[in-house]
Design a protein around this ligand. Structure first.
Ligand SMILES: [Ca+2]
Length: 175
């Protein structure tokens, strides 16, 4: 199978193979595959969930989220999401946030998060590589995609563009 959507522009994907977690994982097997979080950053852009290259949260999750640890502080500019081939409309209402803290509050929200993007009516096409720009410059280490409206959050690939932020204190200590 060769389902590849062209990049809208060339960039280095800082999310590739980075550690990912999610609020729950879909366990009802489809051809024996699981919806493990890391599959959204495995570099394989196949939008067919049952082929085994997408992350997916569980059906009983009332506030599903998926999160990647970029490893250090970045200024995030763009995020691309490969939407699933079946039920692409389930992504409707998704939001993208970043934070320096890997911490979820009792309401299920990422602590100290700043918003990159919130969907209010994107046309969601099966297997489409959705490219969104952050509304304003946002900085953080942890990037989270969440959706209170979705019965399950399925992400077949997440690509992130950003610039690494230098640590001013470290730079001062080294000089
Ligand atoms: Ca993938």
């Amino acid at each position: 199978m060769d389902i590849v959507t062209e990049y809208s522009h060339a960039f280095t994907n800082i999310a590739l193979n980075k550690p990912a977690i999610q609020s729950s994982t879909f366990t009802q097997a489809c051809k024996g595959v699981s919806g493990s979080a890391w599959k959204a950053v495995d570099g394989i852009r196949n939008p067919v969930y049952c082929d085994g290259y997408c992350s997916r949260t569980g059906f009983d999750d009332t506030f599903p989220w998926w999160q990647v640890d970029l490893g250090s502080k970045y200024s995030i500019t763009h995020v691309e999401i490969l939407n699933r081939a079946l039920f692409p409309e389930r992504l409707a209402g998704f939001q993208i946030e970043v934070s320096m803290r890997n911490d979820t509050d009792p309401n299920g929200e990422l602590r100290d998060a700043v918003s990159c993007f919130k969907d209010t009516g994107l046309q969601l096409i099966a297997g489409d590589l959705i490219n969104v720009a952050c509304a304003e410059q946002v900085e953080g280490r942890y990037l989270r995609i969440s959706n209170r409206k979705s019965p399950d959050l399925t992400l077949c690939e997440v690509l992130v563009e950003g610039r690494k932020q230098e640590n001013a204190k470290m730079r001062w200590q080294r000089s």
